[in-house]
Design a protein around this ligand. Structure first.
Ligand code: C2E
Ligand code: CA
Ligand code: CA
Length: 824
């Protein structure tokens, strides 16, 4: 630089830095530069934190301070330059240089704020660069020496060309989100400034010329130094202010963070406050959830707690399932929700962590409940069907046996109705325990609903072993009574058996066929096991067609009432008749009630059927001589109908029949349930004048105590006891005992099913009230009965044992006959 020219450019610049500058002043320049930059940045940060007018004020201050920093640094370095000749400063250009710096930086900041995008930031950097370059070269033009200054443009132009992009990149780095890029911003900016300054200095060649006079307004360095010092002091003051602003902001952030943390601690949900994947704070719920202390968690990465959670792909307010790894590696299923919360001027990510264990447990419980019967805990119908489906699939592959036992409890309804649902429930629970104990691991027990259970036998199942277990089921449930709260309860079970694949190739037909078999077991006297047979299908169909036929019969007058006379034992005269229903089928002929009464009871058809019989018989009896009575059978279903008394009343009223002529016959089954209502109905009928007799006495469950409790007028000794008379001593003894007992109780007694003269004579000699049976007559149609009645009672004196009429032999198709007709 001095007067001689160096060839190497680098050496030229180095020389300029090392030789021509005063070290202490250079140090001062660096200090002022650093303080100025800190002040500018701190004030800019404060501006960014504020808003409105305050923001604009502090923003402009920051721009001004950075311009001054650049200018002051530049002039301190210029002052440090010692060219060994007198120097001075041109005041206008000096002022312009300061303006250039401020305007350039200000313009750059404005452009930079307009958009964060790269090109815009680059442009902002270039504008700042232009300002700084202008500061340098205008400032240097204001530099006056006692001599001539020659500019080496080969240094000036490249210095500008090289430094402008560097400023551009520096601004891009400031705006960048990349951390390493960001740290490059300040060094790049300094590099740009250094290139401009030192190239500019190196490009100057000074030629001393004492003849040259300074212009009159030239300012001596001694004058400019206090100005520079003043600006520097102002920068220091500004830096102090910026530092205070920073302190206050940090305190505020700390306070905010504490408040957030306090708030987070009362939240039930776990909350993690994070920044850049690092946990800054965790609340107490997180401690409880993970078993880790808050202090251990802060500072560690989010992945330590939630390893599989990819935070970068988790959107704002998106919920996701994850696993939290707690102390000792315990895994807690959680749901996380991410949201961003502004804190001070920074933005933090809050991860809400919700414990899912309770929810999963509840779900599991619900799932179990949906598939289990709540009363017994056994699988329910849905679950059983699923299991059956799965097993039939595997069985098909492994070729092992599978059997279905469909179990229906006998007389459970009576238990439920008479003893209440609590007792019924307890019985069902006991049944489930007995079945499970019996089946053990040989299969699965399930409750299909109501009193219906099912067992699926799996493994090594043969028809013999399945039948064996089914029989044990019947025995377990039937032979041993249930003890509920000190009450002894007898029930039984009917079991339908179906084997896979013989009795049904798919789950639904297997179940349906087991059901059919069970139905057969029920109809054949209950308490038994039946295996499915193909013929069952046909029977079911017949039953269904029978039901449909019975409905038609009711509406199209195919039902008729026959009458069987009852003879007074003492006088031998007919005193009354029992009405017995028949079905005159268009193609099958006359069908006996045994075939369709139980069906009518099951389907509810018994009520209209019974009313028909009652009305028809009353109307018919009204045409008989007034001393002849009428007996009508009432089934339990009719009897439990609350309106039965009024139905009876209207039937006798319509027929103008004296109530005293009517007698209703009920079986012991009527007495089993609902004693209060039964008693009430009995009393109402009797208060009307209608008599009530107990039919089929001795065949049901009745005990003698019933006879005391319920007000009957008559007992009818069942046929089964009469059949053995006179040969079977036991039958004789029973019949005799019943007759004696009834007489003692003041009851009338009828002996039913008298077929022989011996039986007739026995009944007469034992002192029963009346006699009914084929020996006198079979039931007959109304007209036949009217004729029979006149003929019989007109015999004088009637001597039944010798002079009895030959009973009309009406052609009645009985159940057994029908079976052969239908090929049952
Ligand atoms: P039940 O009330 O015991 O009627 C007597 C049954 O015994 C009648 O059978 C009758 O024909 C039969 N019988 C009478 N004397 C003799 C005899 O000497 N030997 C034999 N072997 N049998 C005799 P039926 O008419 O077939 O009725 C059977 C059952 O059907 C009746 O038994 C009764 O329980 C029921 N029933 C008949 N008609 C009606 C009705 O209108 N309503 C209701 N609810 N049930 C009826
Ligand atoms: Ca009867
Ligand atoms: Ca009877």
């Amino acid at each position: 630089m001095h007067n001689h020219l160096r060839h190497s450019l680098v050496a030229q610049i180095l020389d300029c830095i090392v030789d021509a500058h005063d070290r202490h002043t250079m140090l001062l320049a660096a200090l002022v530069c650093a303080v100025g930059i800190y002040a500018s940045i701190a004030i800019a940060r404060h501006a960014a934190r504020s808003s409105g007018a305050v923001r604009i004020r502090w923003g402009s201050t920051s721009v001004l301070s950075s311009g001054c920093t650049a200018w002051a640094t530049h002039f301190i370095v210029l002052l440090a330059y010692q060219p060994n000749m007198r120097v001075a400063f041109e005041p206008v250009l000096t002022a312009i240089s300061l303006t250039c710096a401020v305007v350039g930086i200000g313009g750059g900041v404005v452009v930079s704020l307009s958009s964060r995008r790269g090109p815009r930031q680059f442009a902002a950097g270039v504008i700042i660069g232009v300002g700084v370059a202008a500061l340098h070269y205008v400032g240097q033009s204001a530099y006056l020496v006692q001599g001539t200054i020659r500019w080496d443009l080969t240094l000036v132009i490249p210095s500008i060309i090289v430094s402008l992009p560097i400023f551009g990149f520096s601004m891009m780095a400031i705006a960048s989100r990349n951390r390493t890029w960001q740290t490059c911003a300040a060094p790049l900016m300094l590099l740009g400034i250094a290139i401009l300054h030192f190239c500019g200095m190196a490009a100057m060649t000074l030629q001393q010329d004492p003849s040259i006079e300074f212009p009159s307004d030239a300012v001596a360095p001694q004058t400019i130094t206090p100005i520079v010092a003043g600006i520097s002091l102002a920068l220091i003051a500004l830096a102090f202010l910026g530092w205070r602003f920073d302190l206050a902001a940090t305190a505020r952030i700390r306070q905010d963070r504490k408040r957030l943390r306090d708030l987070a601690d009362v939240a039930l949900e776990g909350l993690l406050i994070t920044q850049n994947n690092i946990i800054i704070a965790a609340n107490r719920s997180i401690e409880r959830l993970s078993g880790l202390k808050q202090d251990d968690l802060t500072g560690s990465e989010v992945s330590r707690l939630l390893p599989a959670l990819e935070l970068t792909t988790l959107l704002e307010n998106e919920e996701r399932e994850a696993n939290l790894i707690g102390v000792d590696g315990i895994i807690v299923p959680v749901r996380v929700l991410r949201s961003t919360v502004p804190l001070g001027h920074s933005v933090q990510t809050v991860i809400a962590v919700r414990d899912q264990r309770e929810r999963l447990r509840t779900e599991e419980k619900m799932r179990r409940l949906a598939f289990a019967d709540p009363l017994t805990g056994l699988p329910n119908r849905t679950k059983f069907t699923e299991l059956l489906e799965r097993h039939t699939c595997t069985e098909r592959r492994t070729d092992q046996g599978l059997a279905i036992l469909l179990i229906d409890l006998d007389s459970f309804k009576i238990v439920n109705d008479t003893l209440g649902h609590a007792v019924g429930d307890a019985v069902l629970q006991d049944v489930s325990i007995r079945l499970s104990t019996l089946v053990k691991d040989r299969g699965i027990v399930a409750r299909l609903g109501g009193d219906e259970f099912v067992v699926m036998l799996t493994g090594d199942v043969s028809d013999v072993s399945a039948f064996d277990i089914a029989s044990k089921v019947v025995e377990q449930l039937g032979a041993r009574p249930f003890d509920i709260d000190g009450r002894t309860i007898h029930i039984g079970a009917s079991v339908g058996l179906a084997l896979f694949p013989e009795d049904g190739g798919d789950p639904s037909s297997l179940l349906r066929n087991a059901d059919l078999a069970m139905y057969l077991a029920k109809s054949e006297g209950k308490g038994t096991v039946r295996r499915f047979e193909k013929i069952l299908h046909e029977r079911l169909q017949e039953r269904q067609s029978l039901e449909a036929g019975l409905r038609i019969a009711l509406s199209s007058g195919q039902l008729e009432v026959h009458y069987q006379p009852l003879v007074d034992a003492a006088s031998g005269r007919i005193t009354s008749a029992e009405a017995l229903v028949r079905w005159r089928h268009p193609s099958l002929g006359l069908i006996a009630p045994a075939t369709f009464i139980s069906l009518a009871e099951e389907t509810g058809l018994i009520v209209p059927l019974g009313t028909f019989v009652l009305k028809t018989a009353c109307a018919e009896a009204a045409t008989w001589p007034p001393e002849i009575g009428l007996a009508v059978n009432l089934s339990p279903a009719q009897f439990h109908d609350k309106s039965i008394a009024s139905i009876v009343a209207s039937a006798i009223e319509d027929a103008h029949l004296l109530p005293q002529r009517l007698e209703v016959e009920v079986t012991e089954g009527v007495l089993l349930a609902d004693t209060g209502a039964t008693l009430e109905t009995l009393n109402r009928l009797r208060s009307m004048g209608v008599r009530v007799s107990m039919d089929d006495f001795g065949t049901g469950y009745s005990s003698l105590s019933y006879l005391r409790r319920f007000p009957f007028d008559r007992l009818k000794i069942d046929r089964s006891f009469v059949r053995g008379i006179p040969s079977d001593a036991e039958s004789v003894a029973i019949a005799r005992a019943i007759i004696t007992m009834s007489t003692c109780l003041g009851l009338l007694v009828t002996v039913e099913g008298v077929e022989t003269a011996e039986q007739y004579a026995f009944a007469v000699s034992e002192g029963c009230t009346s006699i009914q049976g084929y020996y006198i007559s079979r039931p007959m149609r109304a007209e036949a009965f009217a004729a029979f009645l006149i003929a019989w009672n007109n015999q004088a004196p009637p001597n039944p044992s010798t002079g009895r009429k030959i009973a009309e032999k009406s052609i009645v198709l009985h159940h057994s006959d029908l079976r052969s007709v239908l090929n049952w």
